[in-house]
Design a protein around this ligand. Sequence first.
Ligand code: GRF
Length: 194
Amino acid sequence: MKVAIFASGNGSNFEAIAKSDELHNVGLEIELVVCDQKEAHVIERAAKYDIPVFINQLSDYPNRGAYEQAIIEKLKPLQIEYILLAGYMRVVTPVLLAAYPNHIINIHPSLLPKFSGLEAIERAFEAGDAVTGVTIHYIDEGVDTGPIIKQEKVVRLTNDTEESLEARIHQTEHQMYRQVILDLLNKTNGVDKK
Ligand code: GRF
């Protein structure tokens, strides 16, 4: 299964997927990283795994549709089946959605619909919520909306700082994203077909 991973920043989710032998052994091929920030750390991470990066900046295009069209042109010849958003800080428009209907997946660090949008971990911490979590979902035209694939809770410990809570949320994200992709691979490989 050929995928492209979209990221804008650190890229720890990208790396959790890229370094997983288990995923590669069942057929995951990360063909491309698409990144909209030329200084993003994910670019160095991708180089470690010899995965090409398409750096594509919105400021080089007249509008978001043209920006996404350039991405589509890049993905088409690679026969990308799924797009995995991993810290991609843009709302996907109908242009890309129409090219990959029901094949774009996002990860978000809260129990959606709670704390959709930016700074979800910080807002959950400040709200004092005893339980927060992670959501992986297909995307639609909204911000962090679309059918949920998997959710997991992360409990806030009494002595948690925002940083320690964030670290556990990221750990959960990495495990969950690998599991969701594994399930998808098993499905596309026909393991689950009866
Ligand atoms: C993650 O918390 C993800 O849920 C959110 O952006 C963050 C990206 O982290 N969408 P990283 O770049 O994968 O380290």
